[in-house]
Design a protein around this ligand. Structure first.
Ligand code: PLP
Length: 444
């Protein structure tokens, strides 16, 4: 192979001058320069990625240097219908003319709660928060109040609050006594679940889990989890912050036909407006009047109006079917490219069509972080913004698909060439540093 072919491709180099200058300014006033780890410069390919976005429309975003990208990150999953969906934007504008926050509830809270009760299998009562973490933490407090027990089994990622993040490697600042109360277990493993209950008899208040993420549930897994949790007198909470309003109108519980006791929603429920919800069995939710779950902004009206517009659109139009169909088409083309470049041992598209995850098994002598970073670098170079997850949206067009698929074609071509050359030199030949993970929860 000629060394000519192996030179870094430069023809698609974009300028990120304004992004870089702004980062420098931003870091003087904002630690990390971002409110979210996964949106921060430390999680993006250094020097060759946009750092600040200015606007979005449909499935596209434009950065502050004027570069345009097809985006399947979708703001980390709140965007379901596409950026600037006309129905949601109109609902927000209509409400804006009346007001944003009030000294008493608006009727919007009940109107949205009633719609959720009709749409989500476990929903008998609903309370609203802002972030997904509000909703998962409310579920944990309810379960502890209901069972009068303290310990929690967690499976997946559930937000930034002490009770959960203390169980991960990013536990700095969380007291040991709190950390001791949460047991993290792997997905699709009933033996470990049995063992956790055996090790802590009569102590577990709840099992909280993402009903699915990168891995699909084994046959009967979710039903068995429910049975084991109930046999042990605990509460089953589905964290549907990602799967809700996306995998099915009623979330993963509808898709897989297993109804939990409680469920937390967030992300896509208001197409980008900040809103989350905890919902579930009326007898457990009734404890909301005894525990403390209360915030100034839970009833903020723009987000509730936006969410009502989302639910109405979900019920009026085939949103879920369409994002699954678009996801299937996109993923099958990416899979064909994996085959074309004979990279099947390294790259595997997991998850569901509506939310794909690129699982990477690095070949010998190459670190996962190196392969992943080069993948992101090349995809971004070719106008496709992703962190290795592919969150489908209703506005995604065939032209968007063509851009994203072309980006994968160029990316896989480059990686195949580099690996065919000398795998042990793959990382040395990179022109940027590999991105190190903040912490790992979603092992695939
Ligand atoms: C499954 C799941 N649960 C909970 C959360 C926390 O949501 P938020 O970041 O809105 O607090 C997230 C966020 O990524 C999530 O993916």
């Amino acid at each position: 192979m000629s060394s000519e072919v192996l030179k870094p491709q430069t023809q698609n180099k974009k300028s990120y001058a304004r992004s870089h200058a702004f980062l420098e300014r931003s870091l003087k006033s904002i630690p990390l320069g971002s409110q979210t780890f996964s949106k921060s410069h430390i999680q993006l390919p250094e020097g060759c990625s946009p750092l600040y976005l200015e606007r979005g429309y449909g499935s596209r975003v434009v950065d502050i240097d004027g570069n345009e990208f097809v985006d399947l990150l979708m703001a980390l999953a709140p965007i379901l219908l596409g950026y600037c969906d006309p129905d949601v934007d109109q609902a927000i504008k209509n409400q804006l003319e009346k007001g944003i926050s009030f000294s008493m509830p608006t009727t919007l809270e009940t109107e949205l709660a009633e719609r959720m009760i009709e749409m989500i299998p476990c929903a008998q009562a609903v309370r609203f928060g802002k972030n997904g973490s509000d909703a998962t933490s409310a579920g944990i407090r309810l379960a502890r109040a209901f069972t009068k027990r303290d310990k929690i089994i967690a499976c997946g990622y559930h937000g930034w609050h002490d009770w959960y993040i203390g169980s991960t490697s990013r536990h700095l600042g969380v007291p040991q006594t709190t950390r001791d109360l949460t047991i993290s277990i792997p997905y699709n493993n009933l033996d470990v679940l049995h063992q956790a209950f055996k090790d802590h008899p009569g102590e577990i208040a709840a099992m909280i889990m993402e009903p699915m993420n990168a891995e699909k549930p084994h046959d009967g897994y979710l039903q068995s989890v429910k049975e084991i949790v109930h046999q042990n007198g605990a509460v089953l909470i589905f964290d549907e912050v990602v799967t809700g309003f996306r995998h099915a109108n009623g979330g993963a519980q509808e898709l897989f036909g297993v109804t939990p006791d409680l469920a937390a929603f967030g992300k896509a429920m208001a197409n980008g407006m900040p809103l989350s919800a905890i919902t579930g069995r009326a007898d457990i939710m009734a404890l909301m009047t005894d525990i403390f779950f209360s915030g100034t902004f839970g009833g903020e009206a723009l987000s509730l109006a936006a969410s009502i517009a989302v639910v109405d659109k979900l019920r009026r139009e085939p949103v879920v079917e369409t994002i699954w169909e678009k996801g299937r088409s996109f993923q099958s083309k990416v899979n064909a490219l994996i085959e074309k470049y004979e990279l099947g041992a390294i790259f595997k598209m997991k998850g569901q069509p509506c939310f794909g995850v690129m699982a990477i098994t690095p070949p010998e002598h190459v670190r996962l972080e190196a392969i992943r970073t080069v993948m992101l670098q090349k995809l971004i170079e070719h106008d496709f913004l992703t962190l290795g997850i592919f969150i489908m949206n209703y506005a995604f067009t065939p032209e968007d698909e063509a851009v994203a698929v072309h980006a994968f074609d160029k990316t896989f071509e480059h990686i195949a060439q580099e690996l065919a050359y000398k795998p042990e030199e793959f990382e040395k030949r990179m022109d940027i540093k590999p991105i190190e993970p903040v912490f790992q929860v979603r092992k695939s």
